[in-house]
Design a protein around this ligand. Sequence first.
Ligand SMILES: [Zn+2]
Length: 416
Amino acid sequence: MTSSYLLERAWVDGAVHTNVLVEIDGGRFTRVETDREAEPAPDVELLPGLTLPGLANDHSHAFHRALRGRTQRERGTFWTWRDQMYDVADRLDPESYLALARAAYREMVAAGYTSVSEFHYLHHQPAGMPYDEPNAMGDALREAARQAGIRITLLDTCYVSSGFGAPPEGVQRRYSDGDADAWAARAGIGPAAIHSVRAVPRDQLATFHGRSPLHVHLSEQAAENEACLAAYGVTPTRLLHEADLLGPDTTVVHATHLTDDDIELLGTTGTRVCITPTTERDLADGIGPARRLHDAGCPISVGSDSHAVVDPFEELRALEMDERLATRERGHWTAGELLDIGAGGPIEVGARADLVTLDTSSPRTAGTGADEQTVAFAATAADVVQVVADGRVVFTRGDEVEIGRELDRAIRAVWA
Ligand SMILES: [Zn+2]
């Protein structure tokens, strides 16, 4: 079925254009024309505001949404946060996981995310027994994404060690298949993730050759670097490099605490880097060298990770603002660069038909230019008025009331 929109303003080809006519068929753009002057045909729907490509959430653990407002309280560290996160993990089954993830994904869609890379490691029953259907938890995530209208890349994640060879303990037994070969037998072919260099021993890393995409948490904590140096005598980045796992099909997530040598290895191999600024600030992780990594040759993406915040505009803005705080200098990224980092793909013929439309006269965005500066320095998820994914309308303003209620029900059920 063909549908057509006339976009008042839209980000096309690296600039904001007016009167952009788009036609969509089979979930893809079949026509994109900027600066149209002719009257649109009667069946063309007018979309006022500023329309962007769909935004990509490149790192998510859907169930962490149940922690918002609970783990932020008082003091603690990444490691005490992890204990609270494990408490949620221990409560979920395929049915409650589906309900929670569906609500979390609907919140993402409402914020302008049209795709999500789900880093999925909660595989088994409490105590570690596989479900009768061994991928029941992953299937629940796929179904949740389908129902929410967001495209998912399910990164089946290998986690077989509590840390550098130590066996899994407690709820970690729900994550572990025993070893990487058993993980591969269950996970099958396709996208994958290595939880971290602490969770998969060096002698099992060869299992992941050829996986695309392959994601891995990298150097989020200085403690991981120290333990890796103690165990193997190299940094986590060099360990992955020596295992021949860096390159354009690999995304390292966080990359917060890196040496100059690490940055060069990631850059020269063209490894992708996903930064999750709102999670990193929540966990007091530190500020990763995003601009240096970009300049070294790493494509950059962002993700909402722990979902302390689900707002792509906030993540993108933080790339610039965090570097300002770290360096006491401004202007590390242009607004256009930030928008391109956030975009899942272009608005162009042949691309997936994803459109995120912002209100340009809200209390936040009014008077800010209705252009890429609005995106980088003013807009929030609350300014999204409509989202189209694969040519289908998946969110319109007003849906957020029901999404909030659905989240409330799902999270209450987890903690009940
Ligand atoms: Zn993560």
